[in-house]
Ligand binder design. Structure first.
Ligand code: OTU
Length: 599
């Protein structure tokens, strides 16, 4: 791409653009000049590292994982023991006091929040991680800042250079025009998309929480400033930028202000810039939108945007399969070819710090004879634990009493039945819950892409109900699953008679297997296969490897003729157990929630 012509196309050919363009060039020059030599050396290798089978991520909140960055250093060995090769630090830049949406309301991009430590400590941690072969991902919140950000302060002080950093209006005429086409992101806790401030006599665009002011990328200065902080952070050693909430960064009256063409242009420009300045760095895009919109953020063969994107559909489909014991929706949805460009790679995860929202392909639901609305209600109630027979214990998120619409919160273990089983002291249920936890991990570790674990899930941590007693968390049920690492429980990880030991050791083993075979790299595409059994999910990797997974608590049989093309009926080896698997009376047998990685 030609950066200059894109910049002028976006911002118009005039003196101001010319001035900002030159400013951008000097920001890039400066960053190039000051990039430490160790990082420059890494740059020479490029950024293809993210496509390796060795990539395994863990996401964590520093305070919840290790109190602060100093204590984090002592926990690096734990991450290495599990086999982690990249750590995603949840927002750790300075954020506003009080409610800050889990750090997603940044008040200073160049400072680490005091509650975690200092920028120097972060740099030290990144270096120590690198020594252990672990890369660093940080959250980069670029759609909005806290209303206390320095750029807001400068505006308030009357510095005209900062006049148009945000969307501000004298009266509500334009806001009303916008509202006609906007949905609400947090309809229950933060309704509306604009807020009136008496002190400045302005309506400000606040699409998320009121204290998160949307940045105005129509102003080239915003673009330059964001690029400047990004490059500064890259020079401190960040390998992966998780670009938060990207669908929203460009706004246009009369549209939904989501996924607009200029969003893609902005991201492509930013990517081009990091390629120029720090080519070992990559972008992880966060866009929890429809799959055909998500894949556009990979860019195309010529113009890359993000290297990796969250595979939100897969996550939701895994839960759907578990709750319904029916894998057809997953198998059919994953069979759709969205034309991902080469190099575009998924982050596969079972849950993250956010809620789970039930976005399905309604067309496929209908093909299966299901009513989309009623099916969604089933999932909502099942995951909350309200549906009769459900094993999950979770909570609703953003529940709308009028429409009954909601999303769900809960930790992986609690949603898989461990909390209920422990409450009932029901040993068989505990066993099933552990099997579900492992099954879901086996899927995200085996499927093409990078597996991302949530800290604490590797030892089966249950919901944290105490969040209700913390004032700034109480109205946001996502804190139910943002648990503090239970280090005492983690001590039992070597003891296979404990739940922690059973989960940790098996996940650790799967990670090791993944790292030792090229079949798990980005080069081997996963292709779903219809087994003829609705509860058994199957995919193969370029005919080299076959994954089978039973999504029910009952034993299942699959006709081995389905796999004639794969060399059956012969003998196969399960990579996980080393066991020889052969068909028995032309069938392959799978125990409750059993999964096989066959070669
Ligand atoms: C993201 O999520 C973060 O993951 C959240 O934790 C933040 O609260 C939020 O941004 C604001 O910074 O709407 O329900 O398509 O789905 O950006 C979560 C992207 C969100 C959105 C996503 C957003």
């Amino acid at each position: 791409m030609d950066l200059k012509s894109s910049y002028f196309e976006l911002y118009g050919t005039n003196e101001i653009t010319q001035y900002r363009w030159e400013q951008l060039l000097s920001i890039m020059e400066q960053a190039k000049k000051t990039r430490p030599s160790a990082l420059k050396k890494a740059d020479r290798e490029g950024n293809a590292w993210y496509q390796s089978e060795k990539m395994i991520g863990m996401m964590l909140y520093v305070d919840k994982f290790s109190n602060n960055l100093t204590e984090f250093e002592k926990r690096i060995d734990y991450l290495a023991e599990l086999g982690i090769t990249y750590v995603h630090f949840m927002p750790l830049l300075k954020s506003r006091d009080g409610n800050n949406d889990g750090g997603y309301a940044v008040s200073d991009y160049l400072m680490v929040d005091d509650k975690f430590g200092t920028m120097e400590q972060l740099e030290r941690v990144m270096k120590l991680l690198k020594k252990k072969g672990i890369r660093t991902c940080i959250d980069f919140v670029l759609n909005h800042t806290a209303k206390e950000h320095i750029w807001v302060q400068k505006y308030r002080e009357g510095d005209h250079d900062y006049d148009d950093m945000y969307f501000m209006f004298e009266d509500d005429a334009i806001p009303k025009e916008y509202e006609k086409n906007l949905t609400e992101i947090f309809p229950e806790v933060a309704p509306g998309n604009f807020t009136y401030y008496e002190d400045i006599k302005k309506y400000v665009m606040t699409r998320f929480y009121e204290f998160q002011w949307d940045l105005n990328y129509r102003n080239p200065q915003v673009f330059n400033k964001i690029v400047e902080v990004m490059l500064t952070l890259a020079n401190k050693g960040v390998d992966i930028f998780r670009l938060d909430a990207i669908p929203y960064i460009w706004k246009q009256v009369g549209t939904s202000c989501m996924n607009l063409p200029n969003v893609h242009k902005l991201i492509a420009m930013m990517y081009h810039i990091i390629q120029q300045v720090c080519p070992s760095v990559i972008f992880l895009g966060e866009a929890i939108v429809e799959p055909f919109e998500i894949v556009k953020y990979f860019g195309d063969q010529k113009t890359r945007e993000c290297n990796v994107m969250y595979n939100a559909s897969f996550m939701v489909l895994l839960w759907n399969s578990l709750a319904t014991r029916d894998v057809r929706l997953m198998e059919r949805s994953l069979s759709i070819d969205y034309g991902i460009p080469k190099g575009g790679t998924w982050i596969n995860y079972v849950r993250c710090h956010d809620d789970i929202g039930w976005g399905f392909e309604n067309r496929i639901l209908k093909e299966l004879g299901l009513d989309p609305e009623r099916h969604k209600q089933y999932m909502i109630q099942f995951m909350e634990g309200r549906y009769p027979g459900s094993f999950a214990i979770g909570e609703l998120y953003e529940y709308n009493p009028t429409t009954q619409d909601a999303r769900n919160s809960g930790t992986l273990a609690s949603l898989c039945g461990l909390e209920q089983a422990m409450n009932e002291k029901h040993m068989y249920k505990v066993e099933l819950a552990v099997k579900r936890i492992l099954l879901l991990h086996a899927m995200v570790i085996a499927y093409t892409g990078i597996p991302l674990l949530y800290s604490g899930d590797e030892i089966g941590q249950r919901n944290d109900w105490d969040y209700k007693n913390v004032q700034e968390y109480a109205t946001d049920s996502r804190w139910l699953h943002r648990v503090s690492m239970d280090w005492e429980a983690a001590e039992h990880r070597g003891d296979l008679s404990t739940v922690q030991g059973q989960i940790f050791s098996k996940i650790q083993a799967m990670i090791q297997i993944r790292k030792s075979s090229h079949y798990f790299s980005a080069d081997y595409r996963s292709v779903p296969v219809d087994t003829g059994n609705n509860t058994v999910f199957c995919f193969h990797k370029e005919d080299k490897m076959l994954v089978l997974a039973n999504f029910s608590e009952r034993e299942q049989w699959v006709d081995s003729k389905t796999f004639d093309w794969f060399g059956l009926p012969g003998e196969m080896e399960d990579l996980i157990t080393g066991r020889r698997v052969r068909s028995y009376h032309n069938h392959i047998q799978l125990g409750p929630y059993e999964y096989l990685w066959l070669v």
